[in-house]
Write a protein that binds this ligand. Structure first.
Ligand code: SF4
Length: 378
């Protein structure tokens, strides 16, 4: 496979593993005193398990799985609000498939669909826009969810709806941003992180400089990485090399895709359509300042919060997690998925208890899909 197989080359992977081992030995890290590297993005977590990198790499490296899965960090109250909108008469509620099975306090979107709500899976906000054109007598709501990767496409659909003068299309905006939760994790006195693997797709939009503060203010290395196995191994090598040399910088391993200053068209669409919320609730992390986006007043006609009277007020609707669910601890790296008493018992991909088992990017789903038997035996 051109442009993929080159990044899965076993000879190159072995050479990188050896180079990492030499650096880890130089630092003096061991299994008992490992270097903690957080991969922020759920896509990276999946690649690590898919290719068995956690087992192949020197035991002095410990991967901590970060909060970079937008479905996983969606607070339960927002799922409840989705259901609330979807169950209103005349509404067609549209969403990406991943969000359908995320448990709400009352029910998931899938359960709401089974009891009669008109909820449809779409692949893009443009599909929702098309539904609105074809159903002028219905209110079509798109569940805007995700980090900076998906934020621009939602913005473009709102701009297009405005150009066309559509009056039956709106977005329930739950878009969130990556740098702010990293800052929250770094400010957490219980966290001990030595470096970061930065998200590739998000950085394609925002560039690498929004992470400058990690090196400048906290003295931690961060390397923006691609998703193939040699991408990840090279990125780990770049992180441990910085540690061995006693420096901290933002570096870009994924330069073939990530421009230093991001994508100007996407950034312009984001700036036009959204503004920052004062704070937003993250499942497992609580309220984080300036970490969520809302639709600007100039596009209020396309804002489902305005249209359906569902405002977001910090802490006003916080709903406790299901008893026994350890998603918060897993997402902050304090617990491995297998450390959750529900893993493989009360919580499986068929019957998920927490969002980390539902989403294809969740750490628990990654453990289960690629290493379920192995970790269960361990
Ligand atoms: S096993 Fe299930 S309940 Fe436990 S942390 Fe993972 S998703 Fe949450």
């Amino acid at each position: 496979m051109k442009f993929a197989s080159e990044f899965r080359d076993p000879v190159a992977a072995r050479a990188l593993l050896s180079a990492i081992a030499r650096k880890v030995d130089e630092i003096g890290a061991t299994r008992a005193r490992p270097v903690h590297i957080m991969e922020i993005c759920g896509g990276h977590t999946h690649s690590i398990f898919r290719y068995g990198l956690d087992k192949l790499i020197h035991e002095g490296i410990e991967f901590i799985h970060g909060p970079g899965c937008p479905v996983c960090v969606l607070p339960m109250a927002r799922v409840d609000e989705c259901v609330e909108i979807a169950e209103r008469p005349g509404v067609i509620f549209t969403t990406f498939g991943d969000a359908m099975r995320v448990p709400g306090h009352r029910k998931s979107l899938l359960q709401a669909k089974s009891t009669g709500a008109d909820i449809r899976m779409v692949y893009s906000p443009l599909d929702a826009l098309e539904l609105a054109r074809r159903n002028p007598g219905r209110e079509v709501v798109f569940f805007g969810l995700g980090f900076e990767t998906t934020t621009p496409s939602t913005a473009l659909s709102i701009q297009q709806a405005a150009r066309e003068g559509l009056t039956n299309f709106s977005v329930f905006c739950n878009h969130i941003t990556v740098p702010e939760p990293i800052k929250a994790l770094l400010d957490d006195p219980d966290m001990c992180l030595d470096g970061f693997i930065g998200p590739g797709h998000v950085s394609m939009v925002i560039g690498i400089h929004p992470y400058d503060f990690i090196a400048r203010d906290y003295g931690k290395p961060i390397v923006v990485a691609g998703f193939e196995p040699t991408d990840l191994l090279q990125s780990v090598l770049m992180v441990v090399t910085q540690i061995a040399e006693g420096r901290a910088a933002i570096e870009n391993q994924y330069a073939r895709v990530v421009p230093e200053h991001g994508n100007p068209v996407s950034l312009a669409a984001i700036a036009d359509v959204y503004e920052r919320r004062a704070s937003f609730e993250w499942r497992g992390l609580g309220e984080i300042d300036a970490s969520g986006l809302r639709i600007r007043s100039r596009y209020a006609a396309f804002d489902a919060e305005e249209k359906f009277g569902i405002g977001y007020a910090a802490g006003s609707r916080n709903v406790p997690e299901v008893e026994g669910c350890a998603c918060g601890a897993v997402m902050t790296g304090k617990l491995k998925p297998t450390g959750c008493p529900q893993f493989g018992k009360g919580c499986t991909p068929d019957l998920p208890l927490g969002a980390l088992m539902v989403s294809s990017e969740g750490a628990c789903a990654a453990y289960w899909q690629y290493a379920g038997a192995r970790v269960a035996a361990e």
